[in-house]
Design a protein. Structure first.
Lengths: 123, 110
């Protein structure tokens, strides 16, 4: 069964870092990109970045450059998102999502999602 | 990268059709036919309903259809049902291996 299972909720203080995991199963780990998307309370979806689990290449949304790092562990089929210098504006549910691509490698759509991880930043 | 523009809300009665627009720029929606749509019920993860502007994943009813003209993509839901009530988001490739979502539209089935 194809699934993405994320780590549990986190509570952090401003200035701290958080690392969220996304464990994949049921499909070839290296064959599909993994994207991260966040959703602040009552707000819309915001694309954070993506990683190619096969080669490790990654890219980030401009607004997160320098604060976010995506990594992967091929032995455990797990992808990680670390976000640093947290502020209250980073309070959100963070989702990982599998990026299926078509004939063109940047033609992605997100067909499988994790359950989401709530990150709360508060002093 | 600015979010794509969607109406904040739309509504319709059971059996009717509604259309949700998603307006971007020539840097995203206008250039690439890589627009997808997602349905999100409260407290749930988003669900893919349209990809590549017009394609439906298996299992998604043909009541859901997508289109695009210029910088604007659209999602049409025909034969509205009570369970269609949810938030809907568009997403587009925006170049340089980045993606951008719309602000979301709340669909109310009256």
């Amino acid at each position: 069964q194809e699934q993405l299972v994320q780590s549990g909720a986190e509570a952090k203080k401003p200035g701290a870092s958080v690392k969220v995991s996304c464990r994949t199963s049921g499909y070839p780990f290296s064959d599909y990109f993994v994207h991260w998307v966040r959703q602040a309370p009552g707000q819309g979806l915001q694309w954070v970045g993506l990683i190619n689990p096969g080669g490790g290449s990654r890219n980030y949304a401009h607004q997160f450059q320098g604060r976010v790092t995506l990594t992967r562990d091929t032995s455990t089929r797990t992808v990680y998102m670390e976000l640093s210098s947290l502020t209250s504006e980073d309070t959100a549910v963070y989702y990982c999502a599998r990026g299926i691509f078509g004939p063109v490698i940047y033609d992605h759509w997100f067909d499988l999602w994790g359950q989401g991880t709530l990150v709360t930043v508060s002093s | 990268q600015s979010a794509l523009t969607q109406p904040r809300s739309v509504s319709g009665s059971p059996g009717q059709s509604v259309t949700i627009s998603c307006t971007g720029t020539s840097s995203d929606v206008g250039t690439y036919n890589y627009v997808s749509w997602y349905q999100q019920h409260p407290g749930k993860a988003p669900k893919l309903i349209i990809y590549d502007v017009t394609k439906r994943p298996s299992g998604v009813p043909d009541r859901f259809s997508g289109s695009k003209s210029g910088n604007t993509a659209s999602l049409t839901i025909s034969g509205l049902q009570a369970d269609d009530e949810a938030d809907f988001y568009c997403c587009s490739f925006a170049g340089r291996y980045t993606w951008v979502f719309g602000g979301g539209t709340k669909l109310t089935v009256i």
